[in-house]
Design a protein around this ligand. Sequence first.
Ligand code: GDP
Ligand code: CA
Length: 319
Amino acid sequence: MRIVALAGGIGGARFLRGLKEAVAPGDEITVVGNTGDDIHLYGLKVCPDLDTLMYTLGGGIHEEQGWGRADETWSIKAEMKEYGVGPEWFGLGDRDFATHLVRSQMLTAGYSLSQVTEALCVRWQPGVRLLPMSDDRVETHVRITEDGTPKVVHFQEYWVRLHAAVDAEAIVPVGADTAKPAPGVLEAIAAADVILLPPSNPVVSIGTILAVPGIREALVAASAPVVGLSPIVGGAPVRGMADKVLAAVGVESSAAAVAAHYGSELLDGWLVDAADAGSVAAVEEAGIRCRAVPLLMTDVAATAEMARAALALAEEVRA
Ligand code: GDP
Ligand code: CA
């Protein structure tokens, strides 16, 4: 079986770890990763979501934090601070720096981001084929008002420096409109037997991937069923700021509203948490097959159960 999943960082990576447990030997998983969170710092290209996927699936992640390397040290950051060079709010550890150095060196030498990602995965062996959504530069920006001043900040600044404490007024994936899907992305979607949308952020992770012209269209045209899992449980994100960015695009923070936001053209099936069983009927009325199952990724076994439920729902809508 060929499975394609679109994914952001932590939510996507944790789900994929469960999916790897749930699939049969020989099944192939292709992951299309969000690169709208990418940021250039100190002349280096940092790809937070691709790295979270790679480190989580490759066994190098800082488990509690959910991002960055295990057993990290912070000498470079301390030295930068002595020079007064920021941004202080963004944490890049020493081990993590090596990834960004290798990536940036290869990009400077003329390799594409897909080629670089493949090269980094030779070390990490994530057990999936990891593709960036695009080799072209896309950067998610957020319009906010800070201390009475309207401004636009990079998504990382909104999330990491501001902790999403101010309202997001608009989300703009800068560059997405002219970006091309990375080599292999459309082909993988067309050849897939099942397409999954993990419980990643519907706006700044999955939404950004869908904003690359051709990707949403390929999912709609695909013969494979598309099944998603809600990142919203009991009316709130399990973790992070999905409520803030959903509000910015006029979508209520509920499992049913996120399904409607993706739409019945895109989604064939949708899993909501058992706590949201009351919304199953509304989702089905909107033309999307829906089931309520436990959706908390408390450990790999529980996450594998979620993945099995998603694969079962895909079989059900295919029938
Ligand atoms: P990010 O790029 O690191 O923000 O990660 P993603 O976009 O892949 O995932 C973020 C989303 O994962 C958030 O909206 C969370 O609500 C969701 N999430 C995190 N943990 C869980 C969980 O255990 N269950 C569910 N259903 N969603 C989760
Ligand atoms: Ca992200």
